[in-house]
Write a protein that binds this ligand. Structure first.
Ligand code: C5P
Ligand code: MG
Length: 189
């Protein structure tokens, strides 16, 4: 199995690249952000709980996010592998993922899309014009999401670096260029 964590700050291109990678490698794309947005759109109890955090650019509590992710993996046991996009975002989430993937060979690779912060803010403001996402519209929320990433999520890179599976990928350039950089790493697995 290939169990890939597509890692990187908000706006680094995880979702865009994941949709291409799933086609080439026949993997299941699990985006926790998309799952939250689906639940918010449908006014489910989970969506209502997540909404207040997401609209401020804060993280949803670990237990909520972990249970949602586990349910999605358990619903789809017979796949060639998974691309985790937007998860894990905290150390407890990484530990939960390791436990969940233990019978599936563990995390194969974490690829981090490295993009300078000013470029990220510009991309997200641009995306906000069409994405319909409230958290993409306000620069202070966008900056808060970057800060949450630096403080709470960035340590996950080192967590998996110590396990020998983390790699940084330069995330600036055309979609095709970034895609081929990612493929180079995946083909080497
Ligand atoms: O991954 P994405 O940027 O789409 O996530 C949107 C929002 O969903 C995050 O800013 C955060 O509020 C919430 N989220 C979370 N924990 C995750 C993934 C997403 O709290 N693991
Ligand atoms: Mg995304």
């Amino acid at each position: 199995m290939i169990n890939l964590i597509l890692f990187g700050p908000p706006g680094s291109g995880k979702g865009t690249q994941a949709s291409r990678l799933v086609e080439k490698y026949n993997l299941l794309h699990i985006s926790t952000g998309d799952l939250f947005r689906y639940n918010m759109k449908n006014d489910t109890p989970l969506g209502l709980e997540a909404k207040s955090y997401i609209e401020k650019g804060e993280l949803v509590p670990d237990s909520v996010t972990i249970n949602m992710l586990k349910a999605k993996v358990d619903e789809n046991p017979d796949v060639a592998g998974y691309i985790f996009d937007g998860f894990p975002r905290t150390t407890p989430q990484a530990e939960a993922l390791d436990e969940l993937l233990e019978p599936k060979g563990g995390v194969s690779s974490l690829l981090m899309l490295d993009v300078p912060e000013e470029e990220l803010v510009g991309r997200l403001l641009e995306r906000g014009k069409t994405s319909g996402r409230k958290d993409d519209l306000d620069e202070s929320i966008i900056r808060n999401r970057q800060e949450v990433y630096r403080n709470e999520t960035m340590p996950i890179f080192d967590y998996y670096f110590k396990k020998g599976v983390s790699t940084k990928i330069w995330g600036v350039g055309s979609l095709d260029k970034v895609f081929s950089r990612l493929c180079l790493e995946l083909d080497a697995l």
